[in-house]
Ligand binder design. Structure first.
Ligand SMILES: Cc1cc2nc3c(=O)[nH]c(=O)nc-3n(C[C@H](O)[C@H](O)[C@H](O)COP(=O)(O)OP(=O)(O)OC[C@H]3O[C@@H](n4cnc5c(N)ncnc54)[C@H](O)[C@@H]3O)c2cc1C
Length: 433
């Protein structure tokens, strides 16, 4: 194969976004994906007429949505109603989501209602960056007094950031994500697989070569310069720019002597976040009004995504449940807990069941901005010329898919800015500028 300008390893959201921006900048670009289809964790699977993501997925008003809009993706789907229940001591109560539910919810005292409304109003306008160096717990304890209002904030922030406990995540990024969520999340018709398909088409239109079923085995970086990408099937691609849009652990494996580079620090500091995901397609809802719930004293979440998006070809209701996991996980007890939540929200759901999908331990993110983080990963690997990272773990304050797109764009911008500097230096040297 001829020399390629940019090789992207990994065909998930980060890899595809990086490839599209590289191609838009006129670079000959190849994406190499080891699976037989693109998409990574953002694929959807169709089962008995129902579209299942790999667990509940919503697009917030953050970097990913702005990027996809900038690229001209159509992103069919709708915003769901915000009316939600809270699960507290095994019972359902309306959560304060508008004036009516705020005044009627039995979860809060009058004082609590006033404090909740005031905190949410303040938060919606706040600059969240000053909270990047404190934990969610520190933010909640420092800003909220009423114990039940605190519980509700913990629950909302857990759902925004996907991390079970409040001590690790830096508050700023998750508060920002909650602000974005409060503006209304988008549920996508036919799931996130459609988004991947739109990214794939865009990349193809721009001339990106997309290789699937091809596993990269290493990147040749002799002399501290990117030279070649080697694949397990023997494919070799000469290039000077590689974007590793894989996990930090895989990025480490692919680069010889990675332990002498920042890749090692980024792998060592990474804290993986996982969730158990149960998705069900039901013929009808036994309780049509109970479609959305946050666990308050349980680390769970339920949403009927088909209340806003087209997720079934025959009118089935597609409900997603999440159990936010800590260090210890147990597939059976997590499933039991999630089915218990369905029993509470949709009693009799088993008689309505068409098909289900249970994923006991999905990696939601390989890393995030947490209190033990030493540095934000990327965009460039400083020790190796031409080597970059992208992925939701390479966050500089964004969360999940927003971090995937933002890190991908950072990598391309960095690459282009270096080229600009080199060009300027060349012209300066020749006395042209
Ligand atoms: C349950 C769940 C719920 C989520 N909910 C949300 C949500 O509501 N909102 C949101 O914004 N985000 C959400 N996310 C996160 C979102 O799915 C991820 O942030 C995003 O898909 C990550 O994309 P990525 O490209 O960084 O990584 P990935 O999708 O993991 O892509 C990496 C790719 O690299 C490939 N690869 C690895 N090694 C090699 C190799 N050696 N050679 C070639 N290819 C290789 C992999 O096969 C994979 O396709 C959720 C995730 C999960 C699991």
């Amino acid at each position: 194969m001829q020399k390629i300008d940019v090789v992207v390893v990994g065909g998930g959201i980060a890899g595809l976004t990086a490839a599209i921006y590289a191609a838009k900048a006129g670079k000959q670009t190849v994406v190499i994906e080891k699976q037989n289809r693109l998409g990574g964790r953002a694929i959807s699977n169709k089962k008995k007429g129902a579209y299942f993501n790999l667990g509940a997925h919503a697009l917030y008003k953050g970097d990913a949505l702005a990027t996809f809009r900038e690229l001209g993706l159509s992103l069919q789907g709708k915003k769901p109603s915000a009316f939600a229940y809270g699960i507290w001591k095994g019972k359902l109560s309306p959560l304060p989501s508008d004036m009516k539910s705020l005044f009627t919810t039995p979860l809060l005292s009058w004082k609590g209602k006033m404090e909740f409304a005031s905190c949410l109003t303040k938060l919606s306008k706040a600059d969240t960056r000053p909270f990047d160096r404190i934990s969610i717990r520190q933010w909640v304890e420092g800003n909220v007094r009423d114990p039940m209002v605190r519980h509700i904030f913990y629950s909302l922030l857990r759902t925004a950031g996907y991390v079970a406990g409040p001590d690790l995540p830096a508050a700023g990024p998750v508060l920002k994500q909650l602000q974005n969520a409060l503006k209304g999340a988008l549920y996508l018709d036919r799931g996130w697989g459609e988004l991947i398909e739109e990214l794939r088409k865009k990349a193809s239109e721009l001339g990106v070569r997309l290789l699937t079923n091809t596993k990269v085995s290493s990147v040749d970086t002799r002399g501290g310069i990117v030279r070649q990408v080697l694949c397990e099937d023997g494919t070799k691609i000469d290039t000077h720019h590689v974007i590793l849009a894989t996990s930090p652990a895989i990025a480490n494996e692919l680069v010889p002597f990675a332990e002498k580079t920042a890749l090692h620090t980024w792998k060592e500091q990474a804290i993986e976040v996982t969730a158990a995901c149960l998705d069900v397609a039901l013929k009808r809802l036994p309780k049509p009004k109970q479609q959305f719930a946050y666990g308050i004293d349980q680390t769970v979440f339920l949403t009927n995504q088909s209340r806003a998006a087209y997720l079934s070809d025959d009118g089935a209701q597609v409900i997603s449940l999440i159990k936010y996991q800590g260090k210890e996980t147990n597939p059976d007890s997590d499933l039991h807990e999630l089915e218990g939540v369905l029993d509470l929200m949709q009693p009799g759901w088993r008689e309505q069941l068409i098909v289900k999908q249970y994923l006991p331990k999905m990696t939601v993110c390989h890393d995030f901005m947490h209190m033990k983080r030493l540095e934000n990963p990327g965009p460039a690997v400083p020790e190796i010329q031409g080597l970059y990272v992208a992925g939701e773990w390479a966050s500089h304050g964004e969360v999940l898919a927003d971090a995937a797109t933002a890190s991908a764009k950072r990598a391309i911008q960095h690459m282009l800015s270096l080229e600009g500097k080199e060009r300027n230096a060349f012209y300066e040297h020749r006395g042209i500028i």
